[in-house]
Design a protein around this ligand. Structure first.
Ligand code: MLT
Length: 333
């Protein structure tokens, strides 16, 4: 077997209670801590999987990167040593560059955009491409909201305010280039090392959605938030393709149906919770600013400098234009 399969030994007394017992229990790696959108997506998936399979399949969540850093879990799925992972799309991009279209700055401008792209034809093509490139299959989509900028030093409203701050980014070329377009050299770093680096002052700031800032308790080490909206964080639920292929057609269909249910639950969760979590971060002392001029300066620099650099990597300018067209936006020349 290329995946974790645990046959649960059930004592006679438990059997007597006729409790449903999962014959197969998968392991799901989750990068973030409790209370965020990754956990919500994972819980919804587990409950839908149990329901779809009549209790024959279940799964356990391992939060806070216990099973490895997000990027490492992609390799573990590809080699079949791990079953599922929930991670930010930017940490999947290095393994399947076409997914990078979703990380290009200012392509996704709302939660509606994020849902339309991932659940439509473009999303389906990304599912297929990711299987081919990385040996992992996206079976559900989580939505975490815009990656806002946090830092420990000062309010940031303009590109000038950003200068001199040491900002952590994921090891993702598109995001690194975005900060370069804004005039600073960011510090690429694994997600699992980020809290400690912020705490020790190795870096002054980072960007992630409100939901993630809360789930990771970044309010303990960061004071300021800027509502930039350059990337809307999408958090796919991925399964090892080797594992998926080893299942029966019925089991595969149950996993896909559970993934669809979890996708909807994630969209609902973000709509219901994001404003409450933002207020909670303010109650914990974080100060929130909006970028000056409706973010025009951040947006103009990022789109002009970053988009053209990545056309080849995402599969050509046409790929971006297909995404823009599906959102009713004009093509780039
Ligand atoms: C990152 O910044 O590496 C990711 O967005 C973290 C996450 O998955 O929440």
């Amino acid at each position: 077997m290329t995946f974790t399969k645990r046959i649960l030994t059930v004592s006679a007394s438990i059997l007597a209670l006729a409790m449903p017992v999962a014959a197969t229990e998968f392991r799901i790696a989750v990068g973030d801590g409790a209370g965020g959108t990754q956990e919500a997506l994972g819980k919804a998936f587990v409950s839908a999987l149990q329901e779809q399979s009549g209790g024959e399949m279940s799964a356990q969540l391992f939060l806070n990167g216990q099973l490895g850093d997000e990027q490492d879990t992609v390799s573990a799925l590809a080699t079949g040593t791990l079953d599922f992972s929930i991670l930010a799309i930017n940490n999947l991009t290095p393994f399947s560059p076409s997914v990078g279209t979703l990380t290009l700055p200012y392509v996704i401008l709302s939660q509606d955009d994020a849902e339309a792209i991932t659940q439509g034809e473009v999303g389906q093509r990304m599912v297929e491409q990711t299987i081919e490139d990385a040996g992992v299959r996206i079976v559900g989509w989580g939505y975490s909201g815009f990656r806002v900028l946090t830092n420990s030093r000062r309010p940031v409203e303009t590109v000038a305010d950003l200068q001199g701050l040491q900002i952590r980014t994921p090891r993702n070329e598109i995001m690194i280039e975005t900060y370069k377009a804004w005039g600073i050299n960011p510090t690429p770093m694994a997600w699992s090392e980020t809290f400690a680096a912020l705490q020790q002052g190795v870096v002054h700031g980072q960007d992630n959605p409100y939901m993630t800032v809360y789930a990771m308790k970044f309010d303990e080490v960061q004071s300021y938030i800027t509502n930039i909206r350059y990337v809307f964080s999408i958090e796919p639920l991925i399964v090892s393709e080797a594992l998926f292929e080893s299942l029966t057609p019925d089991q595969q269909a149950q996993i896909l149906a559970a993934g669809e249910a979890a996708t909807q639950a994630s969209a609902d969760f973000l709509r219901a919770e994001e404003a409450k979590i933002r207020d909670e971060l303010v109650a914990r002392g974080m100060k929130i600013s909006d970028p000056a001029d409706g973010e025009a300066e951040f947006m103009a620099l990022a789109t002009a400098h970053v988009w053209p650099k990545f056309y080849d990597q995402i599969g050509g300018k046409d790929v971006l234009n297909t995404v823009l067209a599906s959102l009713g936006r004009p093509a780039v020349e």
